[in-house]
Design a protein around this ligand. Structure first.
Ligand code: GCV
Length: 669
């Protein structure tokens, strides 16, 4: 019976041979045990892929010293120093394709590399390459709840949980295959907002199923993590406190962790959201974030566990009348004093921007602000603020900008990519996580095109030097089609889609203006008079938040020359102008346009660009899978309505505030 879900980029549909077939006829294993779980899985994968793509059924054999056959594929253990723990080397000579790795995980990635080349219809003859992943941790964070709902999920229900039970089925295995094939090595299965039943995931109510799931992941080189409720001692019948410095609380956690790691020995550790948006944390006891994180980290250190501690800590009960309190400052202000106090097996996980996954934000100044602390970048491919997987928004260009940003925290190797890879500070506990966009929809991501982000984040996390174009093309070839016309059309849709979304939504880095709570659709003042600290400060003369030294002083959290660059209106990058400055509508931009005219033009243009995307997509009818075409067409119609609504609300709002008409006399309400 056919599966109820698609196989995304692992469809293994027939491919042109390109001279690759011969390598799959004989496959030898040398130095690795064919019984090792990961090796068993990778051989199964080779078998399935070879049959599906090249109609060949490999003969698997152990390599022996007197081996005489010399054409095929050799999967080989290697101790050479240029291959890192999770790296691999691939070389081809005279018909023998050798994939070498130090560990099974590296071999798995090497084999998936070869299978990818076949799927891309690229020959591997004469190839030589050695690839070590750039980031030690490459992680998906799922915000799945135990009742099956997903916080900020736009693709159905959870495939990890339903009805307060843990699901362990074939889909988990397919998920593990998919993400391992693109290099993910860590997964958090439950929502960072840990409440109710999820608090009990660390009890014997769930141990058996959680352990089974962790074992499936282990077979694909993936460490499973859980999110913790910091107040678990109080909620699970322990002491009536969660004070991290209380010896009784500590003893409770020691015993708890002993139980947890005995039941789930391969657990990677925990992700913790504390003192944030109503979640409990050390602040309630007058303790620091470091007190909380270190207490847990010390206890799980001997089990090889790590604590990933989120820095999304801010005051969510702000007064909108207060112009001095700035939510953008909060992450830095709450964490910077304790730089150097966090223990080795703690990693601080920092959202890419200082606010919250907006379509355009500056880089969080905590990244690189911290210089003695393990850091991990958090991005979001669940399209909470970027179109709910109704609107197309290929996010890899944004992630490239984030990674390439120079923080100036060191004389060299100072980009975000350098920091999170461990190059800047020579540390190992670091990496990158994305809030994932999957659910139990047949196509995993609601909009089929959103799977480009699911694929792309992982590829980029493994190899940060890949370009957004390379990743998009790979994804299209592997998932949709290898036909040039389809590739060109889809590249033309995906690559500009982030800027198109930005054009018809909130302008020049100001963010928000979304329907409160839901975060889809326009509501310019939706958050303007609320407690969440997310304001645009528009009046009849101008708009934007003054975060310079004359305003909230947020700019001072960066290193120079970034401070000066953002502080002066003339040097501030224009796409972030309204994030840093309160600007009159008549201010002239580098394009020669006034700010107000830019707002009008970009919003009209955004809608036109959506119309063009739709035409391009329509041209693919009959050239790609009919279900995919239909699903995406339907979403494009909703995107168009959304874009028009944003255009009309934003333009009307600013026309009414400013009283300045559109130079081109277009319809504004
Ligand atoms: C999981 C934003 C989202 C919340 C999310 C939170 C977080 O506020 O709207 O749904 O909670 O970020 O990252 O913890």
């Amino acid at each position: 019976m056919a599966k109820k879900w698609t196989q995304l980029w692992l469809q293994y549909k027939p491919r042109k041979d390109c001279g690759n077939k011969g390598y799959f006829e004989n496959v030898w294993i040398c130095g690795f045990s064919a019984e090792h779980k990961i090796v068993v899985n990778l051989l199964k994968e080779v078998e399935k892929a070879a049959a599906g793509m090249l109609d060949v059924h490999p003969d698997f054999k152990e390599w022996s010293a007197d081996e005489t056959a010399h054409t095929g594929m050799l999967l080989c253990k290697s101790e050479v120093s240029h291959i890192g723990a999770e790296g691999y080397e691939i070389s081809e000579k005279a018909g023998l394709l050798t994939v070498s790795a130090r560990e099974e995980k590296g071999l798995l990635y090497g084999v998936f590399h070869v299978l990818r080349q076949v799927a891309l219809e690229q020959s591997v003859s004469d190839c030589y390459l050695c690839i070590n992943p750039d980031n030690p941790l490459r992680m998906y964070n799922h915000w799945d709840n135990m009742d099956g709902s997903i916080e900020r999920g736009y693709s159905g229900e959870s495939f990890f949980f339903a009805n307060n039970e843990v699901i362990v089925d074939e889909r988990i295995e397919d998920y593990a295959r998919l993400v391992a094939s693109v290099g993910i090595n860590a997964v958090v299965i439950n929502n960072v907002n840990v409440k109710d039943n999820a608090t009990w995931l660390i009890t014997d109510r769930y141990f058996k199923d959680v352990a089974k799931m962790a074992e499936i992941f282990e077979g694909y080189g993936i460490k499973m993590f859980l999110c913790l409720n910091f107040a678990a001692p109080m909620e699970l019948g322990g002491p009536d406190s969660a004070d991290p410095l209380d010896p009784e609380v500590r003893r409770w956690w020691e015993k708890k962790m002993e139980e947890v790691f005995e039941a789930i020995p391969n657990l990677g550790g925990f992700l913790v959201k504390a003192d944030s948006e109503g979640r409990p944390g050390p602040f309630s006891y007058g303790r620091t974030q470091a007190d909380g994180a270190n207490m847990l980290a010390d206890i799980i250190k001997d089990y090889g566990g790590i604590i990933i501690w989120r820095c999304f800590v801010y005051n969510c009960t702000q007064d909108w009348r207060d112009y001095k309190t700035d939510r953008a400052r909060a992450g830095y202000d709450n964490f910077i004093q304790m730089d150097g106090d966090y223990h080795d097996n703690v990693i601080l996980q920092i959202k890419n921007g200082p606010m919250d996954f907006q379509i355009r934000e500056p880089i969080s100044p905590l990244l690189g602000g911290l210089v003695k602390t393990n850091q991990m970048l958090e991005v979001q491919i669940a399209q909470e603020y970027t179109g709910h997987q109704i609107d197309v928004c290929y996010l890899i260009p944004m992630f490239k900008e984030i990674l390439d940003f120079r923080t100036y925290c060191a004389k060299e190797d100072d980009t975000v990519a350098d920091i999170i890879s461990g190059r800047t500070f020579g540390n190992k506990n670091c990496g990158v996580a994305a809030v994932c966009n999957t659910g139990n929809d047949v196509n995993w991501t609601g909009n089929d095109l959103a799977a480009a982000n699911f694929y792309g984040f992982a590829r980029l996390a493994f190899q940060t030097s890949l370009t957004a174009e390379e990743i998009a093309e790979e994804w299209i070839r592997m998932t949709i089609s290898c036909e040039q016309e389809v590739i060109d059309t889809l590249m033309g849709i995906l690559l500009p889609s982030r800027e198109i979304y930005e054009n018809y939504t909130s302008p020049l880095g100001i963010g928000w203006m979304v329907v409160p709570h839901e975060h889809y659709g326009c509501s310019v003042d939706g958050y303007e008079y609320s407690r969440w600290g997310t304001y645009h400060r528009a009046d009849h003369l101008g708009l934007g938040v003054d975060r310079t030294y004359n305003g909230t002083g947020f700019v001072g959290q960066y290193h120079e020359p970034n401070v000066s660059m953002y502080n002066a209106i003339g040097t501030c990058p224009e796409e972030l102008l309204l994030f840093f400055h309160h600007v009159p509508y008549t201010y002239q931009l580098k394009s020669g346009k006034s700010l107000i005219q830019h707002i009008y033009d970009s919003h009209f243009e955004g809608v036109e660009q959506v119309e063009e995307m739709i035409l391009a997509w329509e041209s693919l009818d009959g050239k790609i899978d009919a279900d995919v075409h239909r699903t995406v067409s339907e979403r494009f119609q909703r995107q168009l309505l959304n874009a028009k609504e944003w255009r009309d609300q934003v333009n009307s709002y600013f026309y009414r505030k400013s009283g300045i008409p559109d130079e081109k006399g277009r319809k504004i309400y």
